[in-house]
Design a protein around this ligand. Structure first.
Ligand SMILES: [Zn+2]
Length: 84
């Protein structure tokens, strides 16, 4: 029960930017904060979430492992620093 989040194919619903970063969050989180079959870049997902990403939010999968350095940035609150 996981959602593959292919940012490459579609622009982000919130900011309209296409990013090539793929990440997977758990289904419950996506149901609450996600946009269904649409796409959110990790930056906008973080904003909707309203807090830092937690390791438990993310699935243990290859996509997250490949992008872990990028994702770590958001787990450390990088998206918020950029907005301020
Ligand atoms: Zn976005």
């Amino acid at each position: 029960m996981s959602r593959v989040h292919m940012v490459r194919d579609k622009p982000c619903k919130d900011c309209g930017v296409s990013e090539s970063i793929m990440y997977m969050v758990n289904d419950l989180l996506w149901q609450i904060h996600g946009v269904g079959s649409d796409i959110l870049c990790i930056r906008c997902f973080c904003k909707r979430l309203g807090r830092k990403l937690d390791r438990r939010d993310l699935l243990d999968c290859e996509a997250n492992d490949v992008n872990k350095h990028f994702i770590n940035y958001f787990m450390e609150g990088g998206c918020y620093e950029k907005d301020r």
